[in-house]
Design a protein around this ligand. Sequence first.
Ligand code: OX2
Length: 836
Amino acid sequence: VEASVPEGQRAAWKKHSAREFKTKEEFENEAVRHIETTLARSLFNCDEAAAYAGTALAFRDRLVIEWNKTQQRQTFADQKRVYYLSLEFLMGRALDNAMLNVGLKDVAKEGLADLGFRMEDIISQERDAALGNGGLGRLAACFLDSLASLNYPAWGYALRYRYGIFKQEIVDGYQVEVPDYWLDFNPWEFPRHDVTVDINFYGSVSQYVDDDGKQRTVWDNGEIVTAVAYDAPIPGYGTTTTNNLRLWSSKASHGEFDFTKFNSGEYEQSVADQQRAETISAVLYPNDSLERGKELRLKQQYFWCAASLFDIVRRFKKSKKPWKDFANQVAIQLNDTHPTLAIPELQRILVDLEGLGWDEAWTIVQATFGYTNHTVLPEALEKWSVPLIQHLLPRHLQIIYEINSQFLQYVEKSFPKEKDILGRVSIIEESQPKMVRMAYLAVIGSHKVNGVAELHSDLIKTTIFKDFVKIYGPDKFTNVTNGITPRRWLHQANPKLSELIASKLGGYEYLRDLTLLHKLEAFVDDKDFRKDFQAIKYANKVRLAQYILEHNGVKVNPAALFDVQVKRIHEYKRQQLNIFGVIHRYLEIKAMSAEQKKKVQPRVSIFGGKAAPGYWMAKTVIHLVNQVGKVINADKEVGDLLKVVFLEDYNVSKAEIIVPGSDISEHISTAGTEASGTSNMKFVLNGGLVIGTCDGANIEITREVGEENIFLFGNLAEDVEDLREAHHKQGFELDPLLKRVFETIRSGTFGDAGQFSALVDSIVDHGDYYLVSDDFKSYIDTQNLIDQSYAKQEEWVTKTILSVARMGFFSSDRCIDEYAEMIWNIEPLKPETNGA
Ligand code: OX2
């Protein structure tokens, strides 16, 4: 919508244009105004929820002013923008982040105190925006923070799920899923009822000859669903740049009801149509690294890709530039294969709608897209059945076949002697039914493909994309090691540590350049600094202990070693190894004399994470952890030496409490299975150490912090295949200590053993695919080493301080700069450099 105010009226407009509050007085003024007028509450009727709403709305106003300016500035500057397409953005809470990023948290805190509220209580009123499963979605959220903080012109595109990831309840030790309806009050989103796109499904394809005599293809007569934009401002830290996250919501194309149907007596049909349309953006699929080919999921993917591309193309066309400039103005990053349909969709727009030739269009498409791979696990590689795509997106299937046919011709010409290669690299898998391999389409349609940690990026080149390296050469494949935003994961989650660091480094500049942390090394022997550092860790553990007492009813000693594993529950992440290790520890303690017990390092084993609702084995692990906790926590002979808790409903805001309170965190995936991991970075940055396998980013953390400051164990990725094969062919000897653990489970110590048999059998009888037995001894030995190391507190503190000092590399700012330079070719647009 373009309707600017005429020149003559602009002075009046500018005089009244919204102002940003800066002082405590001004903040109070804004908050109270919102509470009284926007919310229609009063002095006599303002609870914490209303105070949160008033505060959020005051900050929202501030963000909106900068957001508008940023968008204008970016449009005028006419630079290349990047669009990050991700089906998941695990944003967490927004208020604290907004206050810190605009630098007014202290002002608001004092203001709230004047009005009778405590900042912590107000912050905790907010529901998490949980539009993601785990690492992949949180990475996207960290990237948005960095993109804005570094002043890159960038938009995120996703779906506005009515229900985010389910809320997890633990009932009798079992996971129960409850819907997360998070939109009741969401002050951070702006519905744009004027920004809509009609999306076509099903229908048919036909050909015609246009006025220039060209053969053209049309796809129509389908079912139309409307995408409505909802925007959320993304503020940068220490800059006024405020980028946009656009979420699409689905609704029936004819508005609320189809009045023609309604009037002709088809009331029910009209309501049903409406509900069917709304279903598309109703739920986030709660599976992480597990794909299930549901039609609705495919509909979601296309709906979101088509709406986003329409929007991007619309913006480009306003510039009136020729098509050959498209990839100089637009970079699109595909966060995993979920948005791969954007590739045939852009080709369709260029060829069918804009009339470009196939080759010209395809050059533009390839130059536009980049693809990030996040997994090599076969069960997580997306495939869609050809009949399903044929039915839902007939034109796209034709385009995919055409892309494939041209690609295969090229391969055949390049490798005339290799018979098998064509079948191996074809986008179409010749199975029954035939399947479209989305990762191959993503590789073929992009100019760069990247993995998310060094080992992972090497692995994709030697396993799943081996043939493509041969075809395209190695330069198409690159690595961008993941990172995390230090704003949320240090400054916000651990304000005391952030303050201590700032006091030593002379300010908070390190939050914008995390490599400055290295200067902390100079203080490693400074007595006062060490004392403060230790005291902060202790205080964070006290906070976590209080949380555990409140939520689990278990009293834990903050002086014990806090051992944490929080992440999605998955066999490859091996929470089972952890809980078997806990059982082993329990058995050791039970066999000790009173004298021996005095030497035991007390521990608290803390678990958290959701299982995909249909992932039975993962749910069994949760159940086992809870049952083991029940027995151990009640055992008087064990007392404080060992406690085991499972924290319900792990999410971003809980991570902000859990991460700073850990001494050791577990990142113990079977080598070669965890692409990167990002929570490992968060824990170390907060002064905790890692027990981990040589996998994902653990390897690079080791490179940075030094081998002496991390506890690595287990088999290497290069040996995993051979071990699996040996298991298969020769069978294997179960580790004796693990055998004892299994005997204990089978004896019913933790309740009906039958409930855990699938878990035990997967190791004993079904080949132990994740090598739990192979790594068990090494895991236990390493845990013992950790006990010894922790007992020497001074050495431990040295390790943790040096580790924090050496974590600079893992900022998502570094990561975004690498993408910008190597893949997107975009430049920052600093607010000062422009008069807008
Ligand atoms: C996750 C990976 O499992 C994890 O290792 C990585 O750190 C994260 O993505 C961010 O790159 N779904 N989630 C992931 O991969 C997929 C597929």
